[in-house]
Design a protein around this ligand. Structure first.
Ligand code: OOB
Length: 580
């Protein structure tokens, strides 16, 4: 079949930052970041073309392509030159379907080489991907679609993904749904598409403008979009790859969700590509599947959340460590890691541990290789950049001395100054002089290493997946049996935290006041089903539901969550660290 070449979009270069899209850095600092060589004025499209020039025939991507019905398809290998051509092909295919530079597009794909090809295609077109997680469902994607007035949603052929896409389209009819992976799909990669683009300049997009949107784990009712510019994101990628010592021999296993900031850029898949290495995609972090991929592809690096690490530490495929294994570095981040668990990594997995403490808003801390044992196992590292400014403050924003826990505030060359179109939230989440309030409680050692002590923000970290309590509490209020609800995190030896919804039931005024409380077990099933039907990602459904006649409140009238946590926290049991 011959297909006419796709038309070249008329808007390749946008006119520079649109103020509503992101909060710029103050001009003086922006100049300093450019002068220091952090911001190089290079957009992703040019970055990819340069990599293709430098590493053309080396292998960039390996894994199962996305197949029909969202099932794993053929095993594919892409060189850097092929990846560059695929990105151009997708850019042309998207342009042919009416997308332009500057359009916001939700990317919702399971882990596969396709994710990177399509993502780089969007970046080559100059469209702005919103990096949804595969686990997100209609509730989250609809919120992104309406908030960002998206033009399109790119998804896989899995029936669930297609259902979600239709729900998004129903809520935001401007959404063009494009499916990747089916032979009959609406976004096939055609030879003619790529051909149409080979003559184009590689340089599309303005480096100081928004490249893509990461997603905030959040603590409020609506998920926030994080605008990352080409300049700032590429700086964090280059600097991360360099400080982690990645080389063309690096083989990185993308086992966690591919578009999450950790997997994508810390240093992750993009850091690996920057070094000329190879990215292998896994459908998820399950030890059996990952062990097979490590052996098949000679994987050297992997990034895991602590809950996945716990599974690896017990998996017969990994322990005892096999001397012939190619695995050299296991990075762990996204959620608190117990020092006792951290110390098991070298012996059980035969690889070095590297702790990573980062956030999609910017700041990433790494433990450097060769650090002393107390730093490696007992801290979460120090910032990437000498220009990362760290403030640790008390409740009144007064700096605290080293060693004293306080709120972590930060600003720097790759930390955002504001969320997308969220002025009220920005006023709370940033200080007047531009520091981002991370919501984390940390201590700093005199040598600059940070130790995460806890969290101030009302967010639950369920095995690295972040849940904004308010988002689920608001949704639960819509249920006919719920009068008030509080979502709390309870300690869990595997996931770090599990969720518990404490519910004050709605009392039917016609009935006697002493009617019995509903059965918590039945209500658990009912509320989980309710949230699922409302399109929430499965990881956000409460693991447990408790019922109380009234919810405890502080003297100010706020929900007393510490009291609820104390009430429902399990009695201490053996932790996997002790028990392993
Ligand atoms: C990463 O990014 P997000 O945006 O999903 O979550 C950020 C939050 C942090 O504010 C902190 O509360 C928690 O996740 N966190 C950690 C941690 N790393 C992240 N808590 C304790 N120890 C750690 N090592 O999770 C993320 C982004 C880039 C690199 C790594 C993780």
């Amino acid at each position: 079949m011959t297909v006419p070449p796709a038309p070249i979009p008329d808007v390749l270069i946008t006119e520079g930052p649109v103020p509503a899209e992101f909060t710029p850095w103050p001009p003086g600092l922006a100049r300093a970041y450019r002068a220091a060589g952090y911001w190089r004025g290079e957009p992703f499209s040019a970055w990819l073309r340069a990599l293709a020039g430098q590493f053309g025939s080396r292998t960039a991507l390996v894994g199962n392509a996305l197949g029909p019905g969202g099932q794993p398809g053929a095993w594919v290998t892409r060189t850097y030159a092929e990846l560059d051509a695929a990105a151009s092909g997708y850019a042309a295919a998207l342009a042919a379907r009416g997308l332009h530079a500057g359009d916001r597009v939700i990317l919702h794909l399971p882990n596969s080489p396709d994710v990177f090809e399509v993502l780089l295609g969007l970046l080559r077109l100059g469209a702005r991907p919103i990096l949804a997680l595969a686990a997100h469902r209609a509730a989250e994607l609809t919120a992104f679609a309406t908030q960002a007035q998206v033009r399109a949603l790119i998804t896989g052929g899995h029936p669930d993904a297609q259902r979600v896409a239709r729900a998004v389209q129903a809520a935001w009819p401007d959404t063009l749904v494009l499916t990747v992976g089916d032979p009959e799909a609406s976004l096939p990669l055609l030879a003619a598409d790529a051909a149409a683009w080979t003559e184009l300049p590689a340089r599309t997009g303005v480096a100081s403008d928004v490249a893509l949107y990461q997603l905030s784990g959040g603590s409020t009712g609506t998920p926030k979009l994080i605008p990352r510019t080409h300049d700032d994101y590429l700086y964090s990628i280059r600097a991360s790859g360099e400080l982690c010592g990645l080389t063309p021999d690096t083989v990185f296993l993308a086992a966690l969700p591919a578009t999450h900031n950790f997997t994508l850029t810390s240093p992750g898949a993009f850091g690996t590509l920057h070094a000329g290495g190879t990215v292998v995609t896994a459908p998820g972090p399950a030890p059996d599947v990952c062990a097979a991929l490590i052996e098949r592809c000679g994987v050297t690096h992997v990034a895991l959340v602590p809950s996945a690490l716990l599974l690896w530490l017990r998996a017969p495929q990994f322990t005892p460590a096999r001397p012939e294994s190619t695995l050299r570095v296991v990075q762990v981040g996204g959620a608190p890691l117990a020092p006792d668990v951290a110390r098991q990594v070298p012996e059980r997995l035969g690889a070095a541990l590297q702790q990573v403490f980062g956030m999609a808003e910017g700041l990433v801390n790494y433990v450097r290789s060769g650090s002393s044992d107390d730093v490696t196992y007992g801290t979460q590292g120090r910032p990437i950049s000498p220009h990362d400014e760290i403030l640790i403050v008390d409740d009144e924003d007064r700096p605290v001395p080293d060693g004293t826990p306080g709120h972590l505030l930060t600003r720097g060359p790759y930390t955002i100054r504001g969320y997308f179109r969220a002025p009220e939230h920005n006023a709370r989440a940033f200080t007047p002089d531009g520091y981002y309030r991370t919501g984390d409680i940390v201590t700093r050692r005199p040598d600059g290493h940070l130790i995460v002590q806890g969290r101030h923000k009302d967010q639950i970290n369920r095995g690295g997946e972040k849940i904004a309590a308010e988002e689920i509490e608001h949704a639960l209020l819509g249920h006919p049996r719920v009068f008030q609800a509080a979502l709390i995190g309870l300690p869990d030896p595997w996931l770090g935290e599990r969720t518990c919804a404490v519910v004050q039931p709605r009392v039917d005024p016609d009935q006697h006041a002493s009617q019995p409380l509903p059965d918590a077990r039945a209500l658990t099933l009912d509320l989980r089903r309710y949230l699922l039907e409302r399109g929430f990602a499965p990881f956000k459904l409460p693991d447990r539901v408790e019922v109380l006649p009234t919810l405890p409140r502080t003297p100010f009238g706020k929900l007393d969550k510490p009291a609820l946590r104390a009430r429902y926290a399990p009695t201490p049991a053996l932790s996997p660290a002790q028990d392993a």
